[in-house]
Write a protein that binds this ligand. Structure first.
Ligand code: 13P
Ligand code: ZN
Length: 273
């Protein structure tokens, strides 16, 4: 029987954390990922059933009772995940009362899930209501997106419009725009609650002066969303580097036309038509 370390889920996590690290989105221990796996996907592996540790969640998550999450460890470096997945990744199972979780694979040197676990799990709860197929929450520190949070007005409408106008297909990938919370202390239940509240409306939420939280059905799709957001922010930075003098732009009417062509509905009130 194959070991869980050879499963496509661990392989996918190793690859995507390496990619994100190589893009400078995860310096030191920056960034974290949680990936929900279905019981039938994990319970076939003989090496995932033994409980190595049990911890309190610190908040109530009855909506996630019995769910499995493959998650990055707190304080662990994305740079290292590829080479040492059994140390820097763990598979956890939420208890039936939604108060605790068991470590059933990984974290072999005593690691624990990311300090941003409240934001991850609270976001999962919200995204499951929007689309039960969504399984992934990804947090990282994309350079140009974070830079925007210093130079731009921090409104969802303003930032969504700016990112939509940087490349033709932004609006197709995130027609709902980008959510924004105020600057808050990372790792707290409070930032988790604020992020999750935005996740009911947006698939990506900017944490000013820190990074981004994004959700999606797969690692590919979620990482792809961050790629598109960051690419748009990078183009904005490059426009600045070229003197910042915008001579022509994608109009609101053209954005509406792209969205319509691809069957998307842009966030109400964000376009001026
Ligand atoms: P962790 O090492 O606990 O995952 O924290 C990294 C991070 O990016 C905090 O926002
Ligand atoms: Zn962070």
């Amino acid at each position: 029987m194959t070991k869980f370390i050879d499963s496509p889920y661990v392989t996918n996590m190793r690859e995507v954390t390496r990619e994100s690290y190589l893009r400078y989105w995860d310096e030191r221990n920056g960034g974290n990922v949680s990936y929900r796996l279905l019981p039938e996907e994990v319970e076939t592996y003989e090496d995932v059933m033994e409980v190595s540790a049990t911890y309190e969640l610190g908040f109530d998550a009855p909506a996630l009772a019995g769910y499995y999450y493959l998650v990055t460890g707190t304080g662990r470096y994305f740079r290292n995940v590829y080479a040492r997945p059994t140390l820097d990744l763990g598979l956890i199972k939420i208890s039936e009362d939604g108060q605790k979780y068991d470590v059933v694979w990984g974290f072999e040197d005593g690691g624990k899930p990311t300090s941003e676990f409240p934001s991850h799990l609270m976001s999962h709860i919200e995204r499951l209501k929007v689309n039960p197929d969504q399984r992934v929450v990804f947090h990282c520190h994309p350079t140009n997106l974070v830079a925007l949070s210093f130079t731009q007005e921090l409104s969802e409408r303003n930032l969504s419009r700016l990112l939509w106008k940087m490349q033709a297909e932004s609006i197709v990938v995130f027609p709902e725009g980008i959510g924004v919370i105020p600057y808050m202390t990372p790792g707290t239940n409070e930032i988790g609650e604020a992020t999750a509240a935005k996740m009911s409306e947006f698939q990506a939420v900017l944490w000013p002066h820190h990074g981004v939280f994004a959700a999606g059905t797969s690692l590919d799709e979620t990482y792809g969303l961050i790629e598109v957001l960051e690419k748009a922010a990078m183009i904005y930075s490059q426009i600045g580097a070229q003197g910042g003098n915008i001579k022509q732009e994608i109009t609101d009417q053209q954005l509406q036309e792209i969205a319509e062509y691809f069957g998307m509905t842009p966030h109400e009130g964000f376009l001026e038509l």
